[in-house]
Design a protein around this ligand. Structure first.
Ligand SMILES: [Fe+2]
Length: 310
């Protein structure tokens, strides 16, 4: 059973069926030279046995916390789809999400691409709308499309709850959970010149110190973790890195990530900052730069109370 409380007074919108077909276009791409180098590496390394670069995998995390006391919270985390298809009509991806029986589905940005047709994103939204409540935050490519407002309207037509520097309080299996979301900083460049993410977070999330519950922040960009740490979140869910494109454990855990550069500090996986857990999805896109030793991943998180609290 779910109940909702708005953090900024914006009414929740109901689930509808009238999908609007906005134009989703525009944007930029990495340099051709870098692309060619990565492609060459992909050919060589796949030939050497680093195959499976484009096969979907599910990466699971089990968390324990004293912040909840009842049944577990199950989250399916989808990031950086970039309108990629997995199976006919997106059935491989949506089937996996359904089989996980999540209480919550999180879309942490770049679900829609700025250049590719939006069919893969639409098929995802149609396939998950009846599984669990879906929460979304924007990614940089959605702003780069030049059609962020059309994308928001279309997401809402599928019943998605958009978190634009705001939060909701919901109940999941007897637990009180706060789900917050922050806009991508490209909002300033492509929609609102006066936008300041740091100020927007202060305005929206300072009150959370006074709120009870397990607190989750959805934020597309992981490199801004120092900013997210200013607020009392228990879990931050991010994407954006595509796993750093190249992974050759234990030697290379991510070769390059946007806004972090070569050998990124936060390429993907689980990071702990005191009591805060930061999980970065390596994303689902397989249409752009080659992925080497770094298959597209659906992230699943199960959060349980400590044994003494059960
Ligand atoms: Fe991104």
């Amino acid at each position: 059973m779910f109940f909702h409380k708005s953090g900024r007074g914006r009414p929740l919108r109901g689930r509808g069926h009238n999908s609007r077909r906005g134009k989703l276009s525009g944007g930029t791409s990495p340099g051709a030279f870098f692309n060619a180098v990565l492609f060459s590496c992909a050919v060589l390394l796949c030939g050497a046995g680093f195959c499976g670069c484009t096969s979907l995998r599910t990466r699971s995390y089990d968390l324990e916390t004293d912040r909840i006391g009842a049944g577990p919270i199950r989250i399916a985390h989808v990031s950086d789809l970039h309108s990629t298809f997995f199976g006919k009509n997106q059935e491989e991806l949506t089937g996996r999400i359904r089989d996980l029986e999540p209480d919550l589905i999180v879309l942490s940005g770049d679900i829609v691409d700025d250049k590719r047709p939006p069919g893969g994103a639409r098929a995802l939204l149609a396939g998950i709308r009846d599984i669990a409540p879906v929460y979304y935050v924007s990614g940089n490519h959605e702003f780069m499309s030049g059609n962020i407002r059309g994308i928001r309207k279309e997401l809402e037509s599928f019943g998605v709850i958009i978190l634009s520097d705001e939060w909701r309080k919901i109940g999941i299996n007897g637990n009180t959970v706060i789900v917050a979301g922050v806009e991508d900083p490209f909002k300033k460049r492509h929609e609102a010149p006066g936008y300041n993410q740091e100020q927007a977070m202060a305005d929206a999330f300072s009150v959370l110190y006074a709120e009870e519950g397990y607190k989750i922040l959805i934020a597309h960009r992981p490199e801004n973790i120092e900013q997210y740490k200013k607020y009392p979140f228990d879990l931050v869910l991010s994407g954006h890195t595509h796993g750093g494109q190249v992974r050759i454990p234990p030697f290379i855990d991510g070769l390059y990530a946007p806004d972090q550069g070569l050998f990124p500090k936060y390429p993907g996986g689980l990071y702990r900052h005191g009591r805060l857990v930061h999980i970065i999805s390596r994303g689902l896109s397989k249409n752009m730069l080659p992925r080497i030793g770094n298959p597209p991943e659906l992230v699943f998180i199960k959060i349980s109370g400590l044994p003494s609290k059960k």
